[in-house]
Design a protein around this ligand. Structure first.
Ligand SMILES: [Zn+2]
Length: 343
């Protein structure tokens, strides 16, 4: 098995191609797009946007999960850019107590009022169940729901601009080459038999989305995990999970999601994130390789939370094991033996 000599993505990654030098097409595209790799142009553009939003005097909406990325986006928007921020949170049915505390701290420290959107729980679990059984992965309804919560609160309050900490399209984008696309058409492909009542508050039509100005802060500012973590801890008293885990503190079954993804594709979302951070120069190849080997080994162990997920969704262990999706050999078995030389 071949791995990109720059970012370590495996050759089993959908759509990946390698140059003669062994560099993947994601890295080559990255090089062309972010060649100078300084943030001066983006910084100026963002300054203009912030000026315009401040001059307008209108509030902006920030979508918040209680995780570190959205907490950092809220801190920048309200604490640094001094925008008038209203928050929106989607209750995905698996919100951790840590995330709830983090959200309360955001309200207290940044004076951001948050509207919590809770949709029909039964319909939501039925959707997760349908996605799990039909695709092997259950995250799509939540990804849609988080966006939809932002749009519905913004619409309700007459807000036009939505600011978020989603990394799509930024230097640290991990969901590359069309992998894990959570767009409307894909959603409806698997949820087409659900009623509009069941989908209320979960999915937004592209026509609704196009009415809003969406600002992804990671496209404009450097999005380094260690800096973000240090800032949100210092400024917001933001908490990781009790075991020290700092990623996806907002969802009690996120480890199950990554475990199933690794079984489906042979590598996890965590691997994709580390590759993105190597590509962006935030982590060295050597350190990234070590992290992937360490963390991927953990991901492949079945997490205890799998019972919570299966019970909530009414899926039996037998049903899960009989699904046709989980048949890929873990790429890490080959990475351990691979000869990776830096280029
Ligand atoms: Zn690469």
């Amino acid at each position: 098995m071949i791995f990109c000599r720059k970012c370590l993505l495996p050759e089993t990654y959908p759509g990946i191609k390698f140059s003669e030098k062994g560099i993947c097409n994601v890295c080559n595209t990255y090089q062309k797009k972010w060649n100078d790799n300084n943030f001066e142009a983006e910084k100026k553009e963002l300054e203009k946007i912030v000026q315009r939003l401040n001059d307008s005097g209108k509030p902006v909406l920030v979508t918040l999960s209680g995780g570190m990325d959205s907490a950092y986006a809220a801190y920048l928007a309200a604490g640094v850019y001094k925008l008038n921020v209203i928050g929106a949170n989607f209750d995905n049915g698996f919100v951790t107590e840590t995330a709830k505390r983090n959200l309360r701290k955001i309200t207290e420290k940044l004076q951001i009022p948050i509207t919590y959107i809770r949709t029909d729980r039964k319909a939501l679990y039925k959707l997760y169940r349908a996605f799990l059984l039909r695709t092997g992965d259950f995250c799509t309804p939540c990804c849609q729901g988080c966006c939809c919560a932002g749009f519905s609160v913004a619409e309700d309050k007459g807000i036009n601009t939505i600011i978020h900490g989603g990394v799509s399209g930024s230097r640290v984008e991990f969901n590359v080459l069309g992998m894990l696309r959570h767009h409307y058409e894909r959603f409806m492909k698997y949820a087409g038999d659900f009623s509009s009542r069941e989908l209320k508050g979960i999915v937004s039509h592209p026509d609704t989305i196009s009415q809003f100005e969406l600002i992804s802060l990671p496209r404009y500012v450097e999005w380094r995990e260690d800096d973000i973590l240090e800032t949100v801890k210092r400024e917001l008293d933001w908490e990781p999970l009790s075991d020290g885990e700092t990623r996806h503190v907002d969802c009690s079954v996120s480890q199950v999601s990554d475990y199933l993804l690794a079984r489906k594709f042979g590598y996890s979302k965590r691997w994709m994130t580390i590759s993105a951070n190597i590509r962006a120069g935030h982590v060295s190849l050597e350190k990234g390789l070590k992290s992937i080997l360490e963390e991927e080994t953990k991901v492949l162990e079945e997490p205890a939370e799998i019972s919570e997920l299966l019970d909530s969704l009414g899926v039996s262990r037998k049903e899960l094991e009989e699904l046709p999706f989980y048949c890929t050999e873990p790429a890490i078995y080959h990475l351990e033996k691979a000869d990776i030389t830096e280029v």
